[in-house]
Design a protein around this ligand. Structure first.
Ligand code: SF4
Length: 397
């Protein structure tokens, strides 16, 4: 598996596969061709929801020469997030590449994985990692540290800070989100309600929700956020970090170690299934984020590796089958609220795992649930995988 830095990337919202990935494809073309014109063809989910997800906006902004964008709704491709970019110079085609945006802002070029990335981990399943950790007496964060090396610490500090910034800037912003839905930002008002809440349990739940709304609203507005593991699900982990840091006073160092464990969970899901909503529905985005969040909180509460696995497994298992049906093609409904709900669920899963492991052995391993998510995703119809052709997208007007 590659580094956990593949899971956490800082970039512009609203969608890692629909804006961040295409942005990288355009950067690749800029780097390799001195073109005076580009022709871009979007296929599958990129064509169906590219407008709402600002794909056209980011392409025009990133390419260094004028471009024409085609939304091809007919051609079917192996991967739903496929795009072709042709480069021209003085009307002669000088290059053409097929890019696949595989989720979390990562791309494949002409069917090949990015060769510049190097494998970091010798294991690719939770079972193997658990065995290795047991024999080496390592906690999961120590496992990450052993293979990533010291350099990971500075990267994670920056990721932590960028996540906190996405929440704090979201909380300070009011007004309408961009686009035709005319949705009002609510994080600021929700935060105010939380602060004046008398009941401590409700207050904590509302504070956490307001943080998830804040980061997700920043994402929906095209502002800078951090994939965790995607941009559609970028509110879950930052909300948990913000809450545990500012409200519950957990040390930053502990939270950063927990964030590494969350990254490991995201990597395993990406390696053995997918983190792309267009490939497997929202279970692959919010389900993955919830599993990562549950593992992170489990770590911060000093749970054992087995308890942490159990927390992550529950976080994903109880999102199995979750569809992706963004209304109007915008990463707003159901996405923003879904981040708030998943953040709460992460805490529930960590709490349950902590006690459940004392009274019963888990029959469903994390690897099993990841495999199930992949199988389920393959069975979901196109209408419910980031195409805006079904579900809430056709019911909500
Ligand atoms: S419904 Fe889920 S997978 Fe689909 S765009 Fe929204 S957050 Fe992403």
């Amino acid at each position: 598996m590659y580094s956990i830095t593949e899971i956490f990337k800082i970039g512009p919202g609203p969608s890692s596969s629909h804006t961040f990935g295409p942005m990288k494809a355009c950067e690749y073309m800029n780097e390799h061709y001195k073109a005076d014109f580009f022709e871009v063809t979007l296929y599958g989910s990129l064509a169906l929801t590219g407008k709402g997800h600002l794909t056209d906006y980011i392409i025009e902004k990133t390419l260094k020469a004028p471009c024409q964008i085609h939304f091809d709704l007919k051609t079917s491709c192996l991967h739903p997030n496929t795009m072709k970019i042709d480069a021209y110079y003085q009307q002669q085609k000088i290059g053409s590449h097929l890019f696949v945006s595989i989720g979390g802002g990562q791309i494949e070029i002409d069917g090949k994985k990015n060769k510049e990335k190097k494998e970091v981990y010798p294991h690719s399943t939770m079972d193997d990692i658990q065995k290795y950790c047991k024999s080496s007496h390592l906690r999961l964060n120590e496992y990450v540290n052993q293979f990533e090396g010291k350099e990971i610490n500075e990267v994670m500090q920056n990721i932590f800070q960028a996540m906190m910034n996405s929440v704090s800037s979201g909380l300070q912003t009011t007004g309408l989100l961009p686009g035709k839905l005319k949705l009002e930002r609510v994080s600021h008002a929700l935060h105010q309600s939380a602060l004046s809440c008398d009941d401590l349990t409700d207050q904590n739940a509302l504070l956490l929700a307001s943080y998830a709304y804040a980061a997700s609203e920043q994402n929906a507005s095209g502002n800078q956020v951090v994939t965790a593991p995607t941009m559609g699900s970028c509110g879950v982990i930052p909300a948990l970090l913000y809450h545990y840091y500012f409200d519950l006073k957990y040390p930053k160092e502990t939270l950063i170690e927990g964030l590494k464990v969350a990254g490991l969970i995201g990597l395993l899901i990406q390696e053995n299934a997918t983190i792309s909503g267009a490939k497997a529905g929202c279970q692959a985005e919010i389900g993955a984020a919830c599993a990562m969040g549950a593992a992170m909180i489990g770590y911060c509460q000093t749970q054992t590796n087995e308890q942490i696995e159990c927390a992550a497994e529950m976080g994903l298992e109880h999102h199995l089958g979750l569809t992706c049906d963004p209304v109007g093609g915008y990463v707003m409904i159901p996405c923003i609220e879904r981040n708030a709900v998943a953040a709460q669920r992460s805490i529930d899963c960590a709490r349950l795992a902590r006690y459940l492991r004392n009274v019963k052995r888990n029959r469903v391993s994390f690897d099993m649930v990841v495999q199930t998510m992949n199988l389920t995703g393959n069975k979901l119809p196109l209408e419910l995988k980031e195409s805006s052709l079904g579900g809430l997208a056709v019911v909500v007007k």
